[in-house]
Ligand binder design. Structure first.
Ligand code: SAH
Length: 511
């Protein structure tokens, strides 16, 4: 019997929040992992890089005291590695900075499990750059200290020396300190730090919900109490706080503070999520529909059509998914792109045309306005007495077929993929909508619009109480939204998802 090879554990710093701040090495090992165990501070968007089960590790509250199940996590890492898995332990910020990563490393070492530790950007450095604090600006600070704020400064034998901290020649950054902000400030003042020293709290650094409260050491606790701050947060004490406006940039992003729902199929959401993040917004991937393979009988029909493409003069695509599914059938039946050399090709819009281009095909017709009516209009003069094949979804509008038939074409429709509603609705998404935490939702087809309306009605969220603003891709989708009793806030001028995001960004900057 061969012995199972032990896997490796990667202790990976997930960075402070902004998913783009993961290291290249971190991305590499996440992509190849067999199991990911992540903590509550790691941005869930990073899990999309992994193609394996991902589990969140829990901290539990027992009898008022906080029990971190570190021992269990250590044992789990060892067990999974011994069973041959490569495990990524994904931890917010940097694994060793107030992160207990070193305890995990020591346990792995003791158990003889190979491991690698990949640094991450710690919360303090992210707060520095994203909120505009230069902790060691040469004119004001020659040192910076990262301090735990979790330790009770009034306890009998504190390990932290507040006298030394009060006279520290530089910037102080407290982690885990928001709950003790009063104690921390009082203790520093008692030990001689002037109450007029500038101080700040940064919450959710590097995330679109980032908030900064600026004050003085004496007044910071009251300023914090007056603000509705959400963890995680850092306390920054020192003169660098005064220079914030000279070096802040992140909060200038057009979508800063905006949480935006992406409702298109999951596998098509990553590019749009990345665009939202680039504009300082928070994407929520909440697919309302999904693309599935067609049933066996539909596949048999599609394969028959694909076998007699010589019967047609035109091939029409109205979605990226249609292009992918059509060429998949061609390939699966032992054929390839040479089969369509004699055909003229039409695409409804730029994304569909780009999908064709990726396969080395140039669309003969792409209408200026990306919708079925415009496509039908552009095609009509060319299709009299011609046979047109339309590779389409299992549902959708049929305006294209009707118009082309009126123009004298024989139109065959072949269903190459299914477009199904996603149900049941994700409980977290429902909560976001109900609580008013979703600022925007993008709706990119009538079926998606109807499904979003169904989410509201299924969960008794009345259109009047809905605070989420709706951005639509086109007038046709806007029509479906209005028909469902909802209000359209903005409509894209270019009928693509990029167009939706641009419309949202335009309306938030216009405020
Ligand atoms: N290993 C992490 C720290 C874990 S301790 C790191 O290197 O960043 C958890 C504390 O980190 C929180 O209580 C908070 O003080 C801080 N923190 C983590 N992410 C943060 C963020 N995005 N904004 C502000 N503080 C953050």
């Amino acid at each position: 019997m061969t012995e199972m090879k032990t896997g490796k554990v990667f202790l990976v710093g997930a960075g402070p929040g902004d998913p783009r701040l993961l290291t290249l090495r971190g991305k590499e090992v996440l992509t190849a992992a067999d199991l990911v165990l992540y903590d509550g501070l790691a941005n869930p968007l990073l899990l999309r890089l992994a193609d394996c089960p991902c589990e969140r590790t829990a901290r539990t509250q027992v009898g008022g005291g906080r029990i971190v199940l570190q021992q269990e996590i250590n044992e789990r890492l060892i067990r999974e590695a011994h069973s041959g898995k490569n495990v990524v332990r994904l931890k917010g910020g940097d694994p060793y900075i107030f992160g207990r990563g070193s305890e995990e490393a020591a346990a792995l070492e003791a158990a003889g499990v190979p491991f690698e530790v990949i640094p991450g950007i710690t919360a303090a450095t992210a707060a520095g750059e994203y909120a505009g604090f230069s902790f060691t600006h040469r004119d004001i600070a020659s040192a910076v200290a990262f301090v735990t704020g979790h330790e009770d400064p009034s306890r009998e034998a504190p390990r932290l020396d507040y006298r030394a901290l009060a006279s520290f020649p530089g910037t102080l950054v407290f982690y885990m300190g928001l709950g003790r902000v009063q104690d921390i400030c009082t203790q520093l003042i008692c030990e001689g730090k002037p109450g007029t020293t500038s101080a700040a709290v940064v919450c959710q650094a590097s995330l679109p919900q980032q908030r900064v409260v600026i004050s003085t050491l004496a007044e910071l606790p009251a300023a914090v109490a007056a603000s509705d701050l959400r963890p995680p947060s850092l306390i920054v004490v020192g003169e660098c706080v005064d220079l914030r406006h000279a070096c802040s940039w992140f909060e200038q992003g057009p979508l800063f503070g905006q949480t935006i729902g992406i409702t298109r199929p999951d596998h098509q959401s990553d590019d749009i999520a990345a665009k939202i993040v680039t504009l300082s917004g928070q994407p929520v991937i909440m697919p309302m529909i999904e693309i599935r393979a067609i049933h066996e009988t539909q596949a048999a029909t599609a394969d028959e059509v694909v076998a007699r493409l010589e019967n047609y003069q035109w091939l029409v695509f109205t979605s990226v998914n249609g292009v992918a599914a059509f060429f998949d059938r061609l390939w699966q039946t032992g054929r390839d792109v040479r089969q369509i050399g004699h055909l003229q090709v039409a695409a409804v819009g730029s994304s569909t045309a780009a999908a064709l281009e990726n396969r080395g095909l140039r669309a003969d017709i792409v209408p200026d306005s990306f919708r079925a009516e415009a496509l039908a209009e552009s095609l009509s003069p060319h299709v009299k007495d011609q046979r047109v094949l339309w590779a389409r979804a299992s549902r959708g509008r049929d305006v294209l077929s009707r118009t082309l038939a009126d123009a004298g074409a024989t139109v065959d429709e072949v269903i190459v993929y299914r477009n199904d509603d996603v149900e049941p609705f994700d409980a977290q998404v429902v909560d976001l909508v109900r609580s008013g935490s979703l600022d925007w939702v993008g709706l990119s087809s009538p079926s998606i619009a109807r499904q979003f309306a169904k989410l509201l009605s299924t969960h008794q969220i009345s259109p009047q109480s809905l605070s989420t603003k709706i951005a639509t891709i086109s007038p046709v989708t806007s029509g479906a939204v209005t028909e469902a009793g909802l209000v359209v806030a903005v409509e894209a001028t270019t009928y693509t998802w990029d167009g939706i995001i641009d419309a949202i960004a335009g309306s938030t900057t216009a405020r």
